[in-house]
Design a protein around this ligand. Structure first.
Ligand code: CDP
Length: 359
């Protein structure tokens, strides 16, 4: 009797066990798949160039900018002279943009433009690193090209046009070889270097320095402009760059930004309605060019990630996709000011393909 009762009980228990195990496997299977699938279908970090169809919103933003961009550009001499005079009266870039032995004698108190509480008194040793004479040879140039690093320069075929300028200004030691020449040119008369590049790429110049000197070969005999007195931490590394170039007898001529000039330029742009914690290198060099040159042409200025004509996705720089620190710079706002100057005929802003422009 007991045996007769046990048999169906055992069968029931085995059936329940089998059912529970099937249910667990089923739940586990569906859960796993739910975890995996979204990962598989998540978009790649860097999206592929977008076609015009998939970029409706950016098209609208870009179209708004392009509506303001007058293509048939002519220089307006009166507007140009007016703007140059304003810059010259408020900032004196021609005489004061860089530190020279003439404008900064021993004993001068240099106030750091990025750290207004910090100052440094010029002693004879520091004075000996200052540029002798006038770095811009006391004359104005007929045409200057200011080359920003925007991704818009990639495949632009602007190299020849840039190199045809009498004076070419570049920002932050950008690469010029390995196929970039055709689009960005090679002529360089002045190149800036942010000390962060010296820290990151060349170990703050604390070790072997030959690689740094060799990396500057592509800039020929140009001036290397360093913001040595903008922040306290910039000074030692900028001086090390100076001594390195001197010791290796490099043809590059290091020179320092005058913090007084940078401060007056920041106030000037603030008075024009620009609100940025720090001006970008590009707008600083454009402002200086407007004092030094009769015709100022800008290339590589486009702080948007979509090309204005092809609507392809752009990298931030023509050589990498390192992003701009939006905490400090107000690039799109700066761009609006440059666009305004373009439309006033004060400077010429090149957007896109230079070959197509030349037709
Ligand atoms: O050091 P900073 O961020 O000022 O400059 P950069 O990224 O080395 O680029 C040099 C300059 O090109 C900038 O200061 C901008 O004026 C300009 N630029 C631009 O207009 N659009 C971009 N997408 C990147 C740079």
């Amino acid at each position: 009797m007991r045996g007769q009762l046990l048999k169906p009980l055992l069968t029931l228990m085995i059936t329940v066990l089998l059912f529970v195990s099937f249910l667990t496997s089923f739940i586990w299977y569906t859960q796993e798949n739910n975890n995996v699938q979204p990962k598989r279908s998540s978009p790649p970090k860097k999206s592929a160039p977008q076609s015009s169809a998939s970029c409706k919103d950016c098209r609208e933003t870009i179209n708004k900018v392009l509506e303001l961009y007058s293509k048939a550009w002519t220089k307006e001499e009166t507007s140009f002279q007016k703007f140059r005079l304003q810059l010259n009266t408020k900032c004196h870039g021609f005489e004061k943009a860089t530190i020279t032995q003439k404008n900064t004698p021993v004993g001068t108190k240099l106030v750091y433009d990025g750290e207004r509480k910090r100052a440094l008194q010029v002693n004879p040793e520091l004075f000996s690193t200052f540029y002798k004479g006038h770095p811009f040879s006391n004359k104005t140039w007929h045409t200057c090209a200011v080359v920003g690093n925007g991704g818009i320069l990639a495949n632009s075929s602007c190299g020849k046009m840039i190199d045809s300028a009498d004076f070419v200004i570049r920002c932050n030691l950008p690469p010029l070889s390995n196929g970039y020449e055709e689009h960005v040119g090679i002529k360089t008369d002045l190149v800036t270097a942010n000390p962060s590049i010296l820290l990151e790429k060349f170990g703050a110049l604390m070790g072997r320095r030959r690689r740094f000197v060799e990396s500057l070969r592509s800039y020929g005999h140009s001036l290397l402009l360093l913001p040595a007195f903008s922040f306290g931490r910039n000074t030692p590394v900028s001086l090390r760059a100076f001594y390195t170039l001197e010791d290796f007898e490099s043809p590059i001529r290091p020179i320092f930004f005058n913090p007084g000039y940078l401060q007056s330029l920041a106030l000037f742009w603030r008075s024009q309605g620009l609100r940025a914690v720090r001006l970008s290198t590009g707008i600083i060099m454009t402002s200086l060019a407007l004092e030094l040159c009769d015709n100022v042409q800008l290339y590589g200025f486009w702080p948007f990630d979509v090309h204005p004509h092809s609507f392809q996705t752009l990298t931030n720089h023509y050589y990498d996709d390192r992003k701009t620190k939006t905490k400090f710079h107000a690039m799109p706002d700066e761009f609006n000011h440059l666009l305004r100057l373009h439309n006033l005929g004060v400077l010429k802003l090149h957007l896109g393909d230079c070959k197509a422009e030349g037709k």
